[in-house]
Design a protein around this ligand. Sequence first.
Ligand code: SAH
Length: 339
Amino acid sequence: MSALKSIVEAEIKASGPMRLDRYMDLCLSHPEHGYYQQRQPFGAAGDFTTAPEISQMFGELIGLWLMHMWQEAGAPKRFVLLELGPGRGTLMADILRVAKLAPDFMAAAEVCLLESSPRLREVQRQTLGDVRHIERLESLPEAPIFAVANEFFDALPIRQFVKNDFGWQERLVGAGLVWVLSETVQRPDLDTEFAGLETGRIVEVNAAARAISGVITKRISKMGGAALVVDYGSFDGVGDTFQAVRGHKMVDVFTHLGEADLTAHVRFKDLVQNGVAHGFATQGAFLQNVGIAARAQALGGAEAALHRLVSASEMGELFKVLAMVPDSYGVIAGFENDT
Ligand code: SAH
């Protein structure tokens, strides 16, 4: 039995069936045996390939979008350029390369990274040089914030609940690593959020995503700025989306503890808080709107990457882009004809 499996089984034996958020947290972030500490997740030899690892165009266009939003905000003399879950640091490296075109933007930016894995913090320092890692979002400098997150929110631990005729049952991980159901509990918050849901349906609750977006949206409302969140999911869908990926293939969620990436689809509606205005589009539509076709042509030889990023059969439809801006903001660049 793997070390992580023994740890999970021992905890279940001692305390009873384990909540799914605890299981995800142990598998992904255990300080010794966790996935992000153990594996090299990204790229062809890893478990999955993310948009910034496919092509520099992705980060460059996001960099230009952030620079545009900073201009629109009156070009504040000091701001936080924040990335959540930067992986290998590729996206931020591409953003900073285009940002060199605007020395005022660069001079005003304080780059901050939120990263839980010590191993990846080291990789990011190698890619980006001397950057500031923050432990907690609450310790962000008091300034407007321009933030980006790619495939970050899907990695945060979720809980799942099944609706029955009397209330809700939580899906838990039982001994031997199988699904078990809790007793029926009353959850007025879920009754309200998922009013009219049929009996037997599963809903997912991502408390960490709500908390993190709460801090960022509060900051945007109060001090100004913008956030761009790219991930797979939907605006307000329901259902079981918990999955494990290893070597670019879906695998069983209870088999490869610490050796497979565990994620759930992002419910983007949960992120829109504190009165921010938002834009929402597919990744394909957003990238087309901000000019990826022209960028691909200028680069040359980028047709395959363009296809992977924007076409509906690849990442273009499954991945969504959410922009969050202050309440008073008008039409958001890239979302002119959003849905
Ligand atoms: N944005 C990168 C990496 C995506 S993988 C890319 O697109 O390639 C998810 C990233 O989020 C990893 O860097 C992982 O270590 C980090 N991460 C996961 N959970 C986190 C948490 N709770 N706090 C901070 N970082 C986290």
